[in-house]
Design a protein around this ligand. Structure first.
Ligand SMILES: Nc1nc2c(ncn2[C@@H]2O[C@H](COP(=O)(O)OP(=O)(O)OP(=O)(O)O)[C@@H](O)[C@H]2O)c(=O)[nH]1
Ligand SMILES: [Mg+2]
Ligand SMILES: [Zn+2]
Length: 300
């Protein structure tokens, strides 16, 4: 019998049985545990042992995220706040890279657009990222303009949508606004003293949401993070994750777009001419250097 893992508790798992559409609690067999950690999003095989079901196998994953710790993600909603906390665009770019690596469809959500001074940030994100082909949604949970219904039409039945982003950007708030069955999530109250969250989400939880066709889709609320690393991608491959570079043909085929002379590097001259966003380019260089350092340490 197949089921989806929807919550991980101390010593058991809550799973949603595919055929019966109901949730039950099960334990796992030691052997499966050694195969790797069971994650929310996993599809698992259940077998009946005496009177109870146990997890006997983890089915092959479509993708396997470390941060947030989830698997089989179809859509990843990358949430930033237009203020409090101040948007971290390096973190956004890193998450976009990992979304592409994992073959999930990224959707950028700019939350807290009710805050004054949020306009400039909204405009920057719209201008920069829509142009690159990313879907951008501006929203806030204070007024009533929620994630628009159009979006729900696009999301296919049974899809897994994970919410990702640093602590306090409003992931849990957005999901509780969307949910129609009235269940309220624990919302992070940011402590004035430390600027850090007090009721931050501690584990991944799945919520069933109905799309406009009344079909079930799954929203995964995940714990926020303060740091994030690009992994499994080499510094050489990194440029393929910045699709805006593809429009320019540098004189050298293996141009890194870093130390090369502007005369030969068309990407660098596009940055100078304002045709490639400067901040995006700076993040490319920064992530390149981080990956390069890591590789040097590995092969030393
Ligand atoms: N002004 C404003 N505040 C918001 C908005 N959305 C959420 N907040 C507030 O932001 C704080 C953090 O919200 P959460 O939903 O807990 O944030 P989170 O991303 O789930 O945080 P973690 O669980 O720690 O990762 C709370 O005090 C919310 O009331 C918004 O649109 N506008
Ligand atoms: Mg939360
Ligand atoms: Zn170049």
């Amino acid at each position: 019998m197949l089921a989806r893992v929807v919550e991980i508790l101390l010593d058991k798992y809550k799973v949603n049985i595919f055929d019966e559409k109901k949730d039950i609690f099960v334990k796992s067999r030691g052997k499966v545990k050694n195969k790797g950690r069971i994650k929310v999003g996993d599809i698992v095989e259940l077998s009946k042992v005496s009177d109870e079901y146990i997890i006997t196998n983890i089915c092959e994953r479509k993708n396997d995220y470390i941060r947030p710790p989830v698997s089989n993600i179809d859509y990843i909603f990358i949430v930033i706040a237009a203020g409090n906390p101040k948007p971290d665009f390096l973190l956004l770019d890193k998450q976009l890279i990992m979304a592409k690596y994992h073959n999930s469809i990224p959707i950028i959500v700019v939350n807290k657009t009710d805050l004054k001074d949020s306009n400039e940030i909204s405009k920057y994100v719209l201008n920069t990222y829509s142009k690159l082909g990313y879907k951008v949604i501006l929203t806030n949970t204070v007024q009533d303009n929620l994630l628009n219904e159009d979006l729900f039409k696009q999301i296919k039945k049974g899809s897994l949508c994970a919410f990702s982003g640093n602590s306090g950007v409003g992931k849990s708030s957005i999901i509780s606004k969307i949910k129609k069955d009235g269940e309220v999530l624990k919302i992070n109250s940011i402590s004035d003293k430390t600027g850090r969250g007090r009721h931050t989400t501690k584990s991944v939880t799945v919520y069933k949401i109905l799309n406009t066709e009344n079909e079930t889709i799954y929203f995964l609320d995940t714990p926020g993070f303060s740091s994030f690393e690009v992994i499994n991608i080499s510094c050489k491959e990194l440029k393929n994750y910045f699709t805006e570079f593809n429009n320019y043909k540098c004189d050298y085929n293996d141009c890194k777009h870093i130390n090369e002379n502007n005369k030969y590097c068309k990407v660098k001259s596009a940055v100078n001419d304002g045709n490639i966003d400067k901040l995006r380019y700076e993040h490319y260089v920064k992530i390149y250097e981080e990956l390069n350092e890591k590789e040097k340490r590995l092969y030393k």
